[in-house]
Ligand binder design. Structure first.
Ligand code: PHE
Length: 354
């Protein structure tokens, strides 16, 4: 309570009423002062304080009410009614002002919160695709430009498409390279979330005759704990080319052409011997950045004759190569992202940078 405001309210000693008329006169002053004090309150918190001062236990009004005890018995009902009326009047003033202030405060609060919404709506109107999608589309365009078509396959696939047809017989130790997530469907371990996009090679070869040139981008799944460089869900793009007289040189040339087309001049590639059951020979391919550093990007190799045979293609007549790499990793390199998880959080502050 401000000092001047306090002066308008005599303390308890001054508040003794000598008669009903005197009491009514004091009550009249209290109501007038209350009207001004209530109008002066500029927040619901301030109003709550004013309320305590006007109606609380140590208020002038409370003092007058207790003075009634010293009145004649005949005067008491009238004095009591007068106190009640004054209290009601002040309470009504308070309630009306409270509603006003609460409304203003709510509007102000909504205004603050609406700022965020406006931001998001603004982003939607100038929105763009996620960088994984951007990267996938760039890759698709690039390979389509090289004569490939885009193939698609199911994310839940059979053990035969994901492993057996790719020359991983049942019990083959290379199956352990893949932390497979099996689906509870049919025979135990017969159905799974695909661990790579290579089953799309199989589906393409079993559904169309060579020559074949496809790329298959898509989601893959492995039992992995999320960290800066691993996610249980990730994206790969697979390439498959089958024709007559295809050799390792075609594969190396394709990887090199892809590297400069995607990353730009100054980048180059190399193949390093590796092992995959479905390619022979197999290689990892790395790219070299303009600063000379090497980065491991994916796997590749010449399609194994067993795979061609499993898919009904004569390995004496047809040969081919396949390659596969991570789209998310490529997006990270291209956009300079250092934590894979940022690609999945959907945080607008991160996403809108690209
Ligand atoms: N599918 C392989 C993997 O995920 C990558 C690969 C694709 C290797 C094609 C060779 C040829 O490990």
């Amino acid at each position: 309570m401000s000092a001047e405001f306090k002066d308008e309210f005599p303390n308890e000693a001054q508040a003794k009423a000598t008669s009903v008329d005197d009491l009514k006169a004091q009550l009249g002053e209290i109501v007038v002062a209350a009207r001004a004090a209530v109008a002066e309150a500029t927040s619901t918190d301030a109003l709550a304080e004013t309320k305590a001062e006007l109606l609380g236990r140590s208020s002038h009004l409370a003092a007058l009410r207790s003075a009634i005890g010293s009145f004649n018995t005949d005067d008491r009902p009238e004095a009591g009614r007068a106190c009640n009326e004054a209290t009601d009047e002040i309470t009504t003033l308070m309630d009306a002002r409270h509603n006003e202030l609460a409304q203003v405060e709510r509007t102000a609060l909504l205004q603050t919160e609406r700022a965020d919404l406006t931001e998001i709506i603004g982003d939607l109107t100038v929105g763009h695709s996620h960088i994984i999608t951007q990267t996938r589309r760039t890759l698709e365009d690039l390979f389509v430009g090289m004569g490939y078509t885009v193939a698609d396959g199911p994310e839940i696939d059979t053990e035969w498409h994901n492993f057996t047809a790719l020359n991983f017989p049942l019990g083959h130790p290379a199956r352990d390279m893949y932390d497979t997530l099996y689906v509870n469907w049919g025979k135990a371990m017969s159905t799974m979330l695909r661990t790579h996009t290579s089953p799309v090679q199989v589906r393409t070869m079993t559904s169309q005759p060579p020559p074949i040139a496809v790329v298959a981008p898509g989601r893959c799944f492995r039992r992995d704990t999320a960290d800066a460089t691993h996610m249980p869900v990730f994206h790969q793009i697979e390439g498959l080319l089958i024709d007559r007289n295809i050799n390792l040189g075609h594969l190396a040339g394709t990887i090199e052409a892809f590297t400069t087309a995607f990353f730009g001049e100054g980048f180059s590639s190399r193949l390093r011997p590796s092992y995959f059951p479905f390619t022979e020979p197999s290689a990892e391919f790395d790219i070299q950045r303009p600063d000379g550093s090497w980065l491991e990007l994916g796997g590749c190799g010449m399609v194994h004759p067993n795979v061609l045979e499993a898919c009904g293609i004569d390995p004496e007549e047809w040969t081919g190569f396949a390659f596969g790499f991570g789209i998310d990793r490529l997006a990270m390199i291209r956009y300079g992202v250092d934590d894979l998880r940022d690609l999945w959080l959907g945080d607008m502050r991160f996403l809108r940078q690209f």
